[in-house]
Design a protein around this ligand. Structure first.
Ligand SMILES: [Ca+2]
Ligand SMILES: [Ca+2]
Length: 287
């Protein structure tokens, strides 16, 4: 069936709306965060010679879980007559996740990518109630470990000296992360920060900016405070001194190309005029 709609150069009306509700309609492309699919006519018996494909496509940073709520198809060994087949990607050439028939509900399926193909076929006779399943997208924590929750890299540091580094350092850092290290010392301290290692993706050669991956340092506890600098590539930041007792370090990475990252060390110092001394834990700073 095809529907062709033409309009000319002038005079327009509201148009029309078509509902495709034939019980034999099946398949489609689903891009919502979750959704329901069922065999044609469900819960009535599905038609013979059905051939339906649902391509489920969720966001790039997610994987798809499919759970069956009901399942009753003609049964035979090998599921050659009527079946539901699942593929770990958009086409039947992708990895086969299973082929099911009969009355046993298939197990829940989780893809390794953000796409799942569900194929339902029936042969020329003997049917069943069919199936109903729902899918939902689940955050892909394997490829995007820190994207959602900043789980590995949301740190508040309050010891008078310390070290920190990009996630997984000295192995490569993850893509798509946004990490914050917030150093807050007692009032009266200032913070001296230096980076023994800096190995990030290079600057964008067109803009000459650190557009891809970067380490930024702010002179305070938020990104609205003065930016002391933003670095990438193998540029070594100079050692930095905060104007007060707080510093914020932000690591951002884009979706591809990762390097070893950085390691950083900081010390609380007490400054009198231009002279800054490294403090010892037992010394109480003079505000
Ligand atoms: Ca059949
Ligand atoms: Ca990158």
């Amino acid at each position: 069936m095809s529907i062709i709609f033409h309009s000319d150069r002038h005079v327009a009306y509201r148009g029309f709306n078509v509902y495709l509700s034939s019980p034999d309609m099946c398949g489609g492309v689903l891009t919502g965060l979750s959704g329901v699919i069922s065999s044609p006519g469900y819960p009535q018996e599905y038609s013979n010679n059905a051939d339906c494909s649902w391509a489920i496509h969720v966001s790039n940073t997610s994987v798809v879980t499919l759970a069956f709520l009901d399942f009753q198809l003609e049964n035979n060994e090998g599921c050659n007559f009527d079946f539901v087949a699942l593929f770990d990607g958009p086409t039947v050439t992708h990895r086969h996740l299973g082929k099911y028939c009969g009355a046993d509900k298939p197990p829940n399926i989780v893809t390794t990518s953000n796409q799942l193909l569900v194929v339902f076929k029936s042969d020329f006779n003997i049917g069943g109630r069919g199936f109903k399943a729902y899918y939902y997208s689940v955050f892909d924590l394997i490829n995007y470990p820190c994207f959602w929750c900043n789980c590995e890299c949301q740190q508040v540091l309050s010891a008078v000296s310390g070290n920190f580094s990009s996630p997984h350092f000295p192995s490569v850092y993850p893509n798509n992360i946004n990490c914050h290290w917030s150093i807050t010392l007692a009032a009266g301290y200032r913070i001296k920060l230096f980076f023994p290692v800096m190995d990030m993706e290079d600057r964008n050669s067109l803009s000459d900016e650190c557009d891809y991956d970067s380490v930024a340092v702010y002179d305070g506890d938020s990104q609205t405070d003065t930016l002391l600098g933003r670095w990438c590539g193998r540029e070594h930041p100079p050692s930095l001194i905060s104007k007060a007792n707080k510093l914020l370090v932000v690591l951002s990475t884009d979706r591809n190309e990762a390097h070893r990252g950085f390691s950083a060390s900081y010390l609380g110092v007490i400054c009198v005029s231009h002279l800054c001394l490294v403090s010892i834990n037992t010394v109480t700073p003079d505000p």
